[in-house]
Design a protein around this ligand. Sequence first.
Ligand SMILES: Cc1ncc(COP(=O)(O)O)c(C=O)c1O
Length: 426
Amino acid sequence: MSRQPAALHGTSALEDLRGQASALDAADPLAAHRERFVLPDGVVYLDGNSLGALPAAVPEALADAAHRQWGQGLIGSWNEHGWWRAPLRVGDTIGHLLGAAPGQTVTGDSTSVHLFNSLTAAARLRPARRLLLTDPGHFPTDMYIADSVARLLDLEVLRVAVDDLPRCLAARGHEVAVAGYSPVDYRTGELHDMAAVTRAVQEAGALMLWDLCHAAGALPVRLDDLGVDLAVGCGYKFLSGGPGAPAFLYVARRHQDAFDQPLTGWNGHADPFALSGAYIPARGVERARIGTPPILSLLALEAALTAFEGVGMEQVRAKSLSLTGFFMDCADTLLDGLGFTVVTPRQAHRRGSQVALRHAEAYPLVRALAARGVIGDMRAPDLLRFGVNALYVSHHDVLTAVRQLREALIREEHRDPRHRQRAAVT
Ligand SMILES: Cc1ncc(COP(=O)(O)O)c(C=O)c1O
């Protein structure tokens, strides 16, 4: 059954949105930062919450890493070009964006690996406590790894929604070793109150582990100020470090001496080149290293992070909120009556850096939209997600995206069989 599209009230509503987009973009202090990214002509890219766009500094850095550092420097580059220290150097650069003083963040490996290491180490820091808390709506890898850690250490996992945490902590807080949550719901974009959750968990005597995949590079997280215990996150979303970019792990300084991770690889040894048979962990966050890091990816990530130079996270946040707020205004006007529901909270302090729309035809609509040059993604079963990276997305991009979505739906392009066939990655 084809829908009757809601009529736009003359062209004035659209003209009004165009005028707003122009005014907001003209006043945008980050507008020029788009030049720091390479984006294909004619494409509106709203999937930086999944894979960030290519920062312009990366290809040259990769070419240098391959031709000069690896090609010419060969193995000497571990010393000459600072490869050995790269996990800590890049860690500090990311830490700066997260409100973490130097010496608490390390990069390398994947978010999943860091989750395993940090959840296990957290449980070992609270040996008398047998409960791990995690979110029933958490990204699957977080839930799978919590379950696996619990099986290994004979612990119990409780999946408790953020809103139910106070009740759970009141009843069983004394049993909780660690609570692992994400400040931003990866599907709806809802932002939780990191300060309140951290406080509640720590008041129960447990450790707070945040998964910052959807927060790092998107909003200020103030890890040191909030007294967070542990945090992990990926390098490939808002940090734009490239596909499979190394992830990061933050270990608050006060926990480092006792941080006992299960993957005791030689890079985390106090004296790796002594090649001793006994594992003695390095001092500081260096002990959170594991094996040989992916240097080419680390150098790509390091170059990507230069896109943040001279930019404050408060500035990023202000623009991100403007973009998501404008997206919802456009949706209210242009998608009215077309079967969409905005599921991202309207209140600014309750949303991250994406807008999610619910629609029964989410998948074919995302595909039809991509065919029109607007890239978002879909999360099963029925959410269309649109991430905004304040460094390269404009208000005009947002308006274009919503207009194209309206057109794709009205023209029933989502009914095209090509758009209904599921690809491996949605
Ligand atoms: C909250 C969260 N954690 C973890 C991951 C992925 O983990 P990994 O980088 O190990 O694939 C994602 C991926 O989207 C995520 O959204």
